[in-house]
Design a protein around this ligand. Structure first.
Ligand SMILES: *Cc1c(COP(=O)(O)O)cnc(C)c1O
Length: 467
């Protein structure tokens, strides 16, 4: 078996060392930072090559046990992993599909809500319920969503005992399918809030509620957003399986919003995986592409786009990448985050910027280019892709000429979640998979609230008092 698992520490350096199970329940660290392992567990090249012929679930168990092995037994992990992926509609879980020589799609949308969030959330939900049951506690889970996290959380946590789930989405800024996926499940423990604001507004309300310590303690507040390290741990798995299958280091192009998925690629690399480059693919909300180009991290107004799950400016997980790029310099990071909170702009030191650039590339794709990419892929290959995948394919096409290594585009959603965009780009509607059939006829349950933290808190308290 492996050596000892790392404790979890905060990027801001002021939180006590914490066990994986506690990080699972806590989400954000008490000093406002994000949890990262004290050290990165390592796999040898031989171990990684060995992943090639194994079922996806086995690889999940191997990787997860390196992080969670002190909190969960091997058989507990194996049980939760088997359950988590049992309902996926492809036995390979994250199949790698060749589009043309050297260009691959890594399909991450085979879970119950047809977006990549399921890959981590289905597992997180089960481990979460296991810890709550062991400890005999109840928990209030709160989640801000730009579209897909909400339905993935509902699919993972809906109906589980000991959990009340509150999901905030920006009103009118998620697709109709995404909204119905969230508002139609019948579970009594699921509470949808449509916030009159943007995703960034929803995310900052969630962060503020966590910082109200009395409230957070009283209701056992927890986050399942991508700030939760357990999700990152589950997401780094497909970087390993894809690379093992290719037998070569790849450039991964990742449709990026909150920086969780692409950071999982950095985690894989730090655990010993050979990764050629990680390309951050953004839509018109291009703060991260601008940051890599100019060295200045500066949010603009959020622009609604055809790829709504990426309509984000301030990407929570970017803090983890900054922590690593600064050589884990927590005191620099605390100062930098304070500057950023005060001035809404942060100029990166040259060494931090150089470290980021050596690992990450970036590219931007507006709605017109997104549709053009969907049109081209359909015309050339007869393949329908969703707008998020198209944003990454646009970046990949531009890399094709200079890149000799395989290029793997993370395909993060099923096209049927975005039928209008597909129709506009290709002239046809995508085939509606079983999981989405009948959504239109079902009753929706949602409360509209103004963009006001106090109102959201009062609403949660009222619901918990009489669910
Ligand atoms: C959440 C999401 C993304 C962005 O992932 P991050 O981890 O937030 O960067 C991209 N595509 C789809 C379809 C998503 O649901």
């Amino acid at each position: 078996m492996s050596d000892k698992c790392p404790s979890m520490i905060s990027t801001r350096g002021k939180a006590p060392k914490t066990a994986f199970a506690d990080v699972l329940l806590a989400g954000l660290a008490p000093d406002g930072g994000l949890y990262v392992p004290e050290f990165w567990p390592r796999f040898s090249h031989a171990e990684i090559a060995n992943f090639k012929s194994r079922p996806y679930q086995d690889v999940v168990c191997e990787i997860l046990s390196r992080f969670a092995g002190d909190s969960f037994s091997a058989s507990e992990i194996a049980t939760d992993v088997a359950d988590a992926y049992a309902a996926f509609d492809d036995q390979r879980i994250a199949p790698l599909v060749e589009v043309e020589p050297g260009l691959y799609l890594l399909e991450l949308f085979h879970g119950p809500t047809l977006a990549f969030k399921d890959v981590a959330m289905q597992l997180l939900g089960r481990m979460f319920a296991r810890v709550l049951a062991k400890r005999g506690v109840r928990s209030t889970v709160i989640c801000a969503t730009s579209g897909d996290t909400g339905s993935a959380a509902i699919a993972a946590l809906g109906g589980l005992p000991g959990i009340e789930l509150f999901v905030l989405h920006p009103r009118g800024r998620v697709s109709e399918v995404q909204r119905r996926q969230m508002t139609t499940p019948p579970h009594a423990n699921v509470h949808n809030i449509a916030l009159e604001g943007t995703f960034d507004d929803a995310q900052s309300i969630v962060k503020e509620l966590f910082s109200e310590a009395d409230f957070a303690r009283a209701v056992h507040l927890t986050a399942v957003n991508s700030i939760n390290f357990a999700r990152i741990a589950a997401q780094c798995v497909y970087y390993f399986t894809a690379t093992a299958e290719l037998g070569d280091a790849a450039t991964f192009v990742v449709p990026t919003g909150n920086f969780g998925d692409v950071f999982a690629g950095e985690v894989a690399a730090r655990m010993g995986l050979s990764v050629e480059k990680l390309v951050i693919a953004t839509n018109a909300n291009d703060i991260l592409a601008r940051t890599l180009r100019d060295g200045v991290y500066q949010p603009a107004a959020v622009q609604p786009s055809l790829s709504p799950s990426m309509d984000i400016q301030v990407a929570s997980n970017f803090e983890r990448a900054l922590f690593e790029a600064s050589g884990r310099n927590a005191s620099w990071l605390v100062a930098a985050m304070e500057t950023f909170a005060r001035e809404r702009t942060l100029t990166l030191p040259t060494d931090v910027l150089a470290a980021l650039r050596s690992r990450y590339g970036a590219s931007r794709c507006d709605d017109e280019e997104t549709l053009a990419t969907m049109t081209r892929i359909y015309a050339r290959h007869g393949r329908i892709v969703d707008p998020h995948t198209a944003v990454a394919l646009h970046a990949a096409q531009r890399l094709r000429d200079k890149e000799t290594k395989p290029i793997v585009v993370l395909s993060t959603a099923h096209p049927a979640k975005f039928p209008e965009a597909v129709k506009a780009a290709t002239g046809v509607f995508p085939i509606v998979p079983q999981a989405l059939q009948g959504l239109a006829g079902k009753e929706e349950r949602v409360t509209v609230l103004a963009n006001d933290k106090a109102l959201v808190r009062a609403h949660i308290e009222a619901k918990l008092a009489s669910p």
